[in-house]
Design a protein around this ligand. Sequence first.
Ligand code: PAF
Length: 300
Amino acid sequence: MDRPTEASPAVVHDPEAFRAACDRARAGGRRVALVPTMGALHEGHLALMNEARRRVGPGGLVAVSVFVNPTQFGPAEDFSRYPRELDADVARCASVGVDLVFAPSAASMYPAGDQTRVRVGALAAPMCGVTRPVHFEGVATIVTRLFALAGPCVAVFGRKDFQQLRVIARLARDLFLPVEVVGLPTVREADGLALSSRNRYLSPADRARATAIPAALRAARALYAQGERGTMALLDVVSRGLAGSVDGVDYIELRDADELSIPGTPLPDDARAVLAVAVKIGATRLIDNTVLGEPDVTLD
Ligand code: PAF
């Protein structure tokens, strides 16, 4: 276990050492919170860590995993160029009082002979599941492994990856895992762009165009607030808001916020419907969403 300074979290690379550290904490009466990440940490991740601390209290153990998980990337995706900067990530974790960082190798998380995958059904099929067919199986598999090692009572994720959050909450429920899966509101730049480790791929001109994404979601929220309940009209305002600013649209979807099924139109007044987009700006794929029918402190 490396522990560079008193204020820095301990850093472990070996899965069994991570398990042992979490076991020791629980044996000592500490609650364990886990924040799974792929690193390249930003303010959005730090908000997850702060929430993890709030949930387990000052005496709890807040663990952050930093692992660019190969199984959730398709062959043509950005696995090899995904930013890896462990020292800076550990410093960011230290800045919010994280206790333990788990940074395993791919070989240790997927050892030779590994043949088990976790697959969630209908929730993983639409939206990102269409253009990224292996993605959620990879996410579900690595998150299940991380839960098995850490045994956390709570795990904190961002709502920007809305479908991912639904998939993880469902796997925890279906597998009877004793972990509370918590989703936190998206953290945004001042101009509304959702924070993402992939924003750093954007050139300044592409970064400027990306503000069309939150603007389009805001326009739909405004239309909804004026009483529009027709799903086509709500989708159309997003589509028009993005046109001319993005280079490709993977999807613009309106779905029931719990089951991700397609809601009837007009939306009933008690509907909670997630309006979600995945677009390309240059070569960069960005996602964002808002839930109509509930307040969105980040967009309203
Ligand atoms: O959201 C992410 O960063 C990843 O998908 C996760 C949950 C850490 C699994 O690799």
